[in-house]
Design a protein around this ligand. Structure first.
Ligand SMILES: [Zn+2]
Length: 58
């Protein structure tokens, strides 16, 4: 298994519908909840803003 500190996956919980979703931590695109379509992650000026609650990093 390759190890890279740059590639992280985050497990987040949607604040609206409590759906659990795995997202890529360095994502530069918008990530929406698959269930309720709420915007969970957005990037502004190269910074990633996570609007959901992260409860696991792996
Ligand atoms: Zn949701």
């Amino acid at each position: 298994m390759e190890s890279s500190s740059k590639s992280r996956f985050l497990k987040v919980k949607c604040p609206r519908c409590a759906n659990h979703q795995v997202i890529f931590g360095k994502s530069t695109t918008k990530v929406k909840c698959k269930k309720c379509n709420k915007l969970l992650v957005r990037s502004t000026g190269g910074k990633t803003k996570i609007k959901a609650s992260v409860y696991e990093v792996f």
